[in-house]
Design a protein around this ligand. Structure first.
Ligand SMILES: *Cc1c(COP(=O)(O)O)cnc(C)c1O
Length: 433
């Protein structure tokens, strides 16, 4: 075999080059998801990407092996670094997002930690939204602080306030597309303008709004991180994460990235991840998980639209009930963030909603009477899940801290699943009493 025959673009997130199908650009999300070709033809013409459960891959000769270790011959070597099934999941996400490169990792937290550690080092700082997923907040407040990386928190609503936080060691702005459980939506184009002005990397955690509703690259997001555990897994089937480089940031402008930018150009981020951060910290996705996540991508749009229908139906039902004192869902006209939801997410701002009853005890009694809706703490499962954030996720914080974070003792969070709307409504109706 000629070495050059398989010398392909390692750092664009796949190992074997294959013709991009331009016709696919004009097709819908699900059609495209189902038709991303395998990077390498399966000898049996299987319709599903096989699970390559191998840890290691064999070489034809010692010279070929040496060439591979020098980076001159592109092949899978060891599955912690890369694996054909995981690679297909990466290629699929790359094709669906039109991104420069995608790296799949073990979890959403691995995606956030790896992506940020690729661009910031000790002495650097980043600006982040002050309403964050709990463990992201803990990563910033504990792990990053111990590593000498400072995180400056902001409401991310006032460009002047954000600019005031920037100094010569600021490297990035990190935000969540829809905060949870506050369900606020930032003005992403405003954040992008601030980031451009100051040469900061704009990093979005878009877990709540997966790629079928949010085209991050169109709004100036440089790096998108996803907990694929949520929507993309197909409904709580497995843990996973993805780092998506939209190709819009000039990596030569970041000190840590310069050696990689000189050698790998537009693929500098993925190169620093693959050859350093990701490989050396070892948070890889398994091929077995990749299969579940590939199947999850195939049915992503179907699930999101079904969950969205349920969200709207239940939102409308709850708004007719006098026991319900407040409903927050940016998909409902009248919500403060409705216009931004339409602007950025085609009106589908995820499918998590919150609603309030008169008292904390009324919430417990209501939740205990539910028979179809489950009391559990995940998001975007196929099952509808309910939680009382005040007494669970945020219980470790003081009352005052909880209130500043927008958590109320009378509030419940509902993650809509794919059950039949009529059954969910009947369940809520009987539980309201
Ligand atoms: C769940 C979640 C994460 C963490 O994802 P894991 O896969 O559990 O590590 C990060 N960000 C958001 C917005 C999430 O909902």
């Amino acid at each position: 075999m000629h070495l050059s025959a398989r010398k392909a673009s390692l750092f664009s997130g796949h190992f074997y080059s294959f013709a991009k199908n331009d016709k696919m650009k004009r097709q819908g999300f699900t059609t495209r998801a189902l038709n991303v070709p395998f990077p390498k033809t399966d000898p049996h013409h299987a319709l599903q990407m096989p699970v390559y459960g191998a840890v290691a891959f064999e070489f034809d000769s010692s010279r070929q092996m040496a060439a591979s270790f020098r980076g001159e011959y592109v092949a899978h070597v060891y599955s912690r670094s890369s694996n054909p099934t995981v690679e297909y999941f990466e290629v699929k996400l790359r094709e669906l997002t039109g991104a420069q490169a995608v790296l799949a990792v073990a979890s959403g937290m691995a995606a956030i930690a790896d992506a940020l550690l690729a661009i910031v080092g000790s002495g650097d700082n980043i600006i982040a939204g002050n309403h964050l997923f709990g463990h992201t907040y803990a990563l910033f407040q504990q792990t990053f602080r111990d590593l000498g990386i400072e995180v400056r928190f902001s409401a991310l609503t006032d460009p002047q306030e954000i600019l005031g936080l920037v100094d010569e060691r600021t490297r990035a702005i990190f935000f969540e597309t829809v905060t949870n459980p506050q369900l606020e939506i930032p003005d992403i184009e405003m954040l992008s303008a601030v980031a451009r002005e100051k040469n900061l990397v704009l990093v979005a955690d878009s877990t709540m709004t997966p790629p079928n509703v949010f085209e991050a690259g169109n709004y100036g997001v440089d790096i998108e991180v996803l907990s694929t555990t949520k929507y993309v897994s197909g409904g709580a089937t497995s843990f996973g994460g993805a780092i998506i480089d939209h190709g819009s940031f000039d990596w030569a402008k970041l000190p840590l990235m310069q050696p990689y930018a000189r050698k790998f150009g537009k693929n500098a981020l993925i190169a620093r991840l693959r050859k350093n951060i990701y490989r050396n910290t070892g948070g890889s996705m398994t091929p077995q998980t990749a299969l579940l996540q590939i199947q999850g991508l195939d049915i992503l749009e179907l699930r999101v639209s079904r969950c969205f229908g349920n969200c709207m139906g239940i939102g409308k039902f709850l708004s007719t009930r006098k026991e319900v004192t407040r409903i927050d869902y940016p998909g409902l006209p009248g919500n403060e963030f409705y216009a931004l939801s339409r602007k950025y997410f085609r009106g589908i701002p995820g499918t998590i909603m919150t609603f309030d009853l008169a008292t904390e005890d009324a919430c417990y009694d209501f939740m205990d009477r539910l028979q179809v809706i489950r009391r559990a703490t995940n998001l975007n499962d196929n099952k509808t899940l309910i939680i009382h954030p005040w007494s669970t996720i945020y219980a470790e914080f003081s009352e005052e801290e909880r209130r500043t974070m927008g958590i109320r003792p009378t509030m419940m969070r509902l993650s809509l699943g794919i059950e039949d709307a009529a059954d969910l409504i009947a369940d809520i109706e009987q539980a309201l009493g």
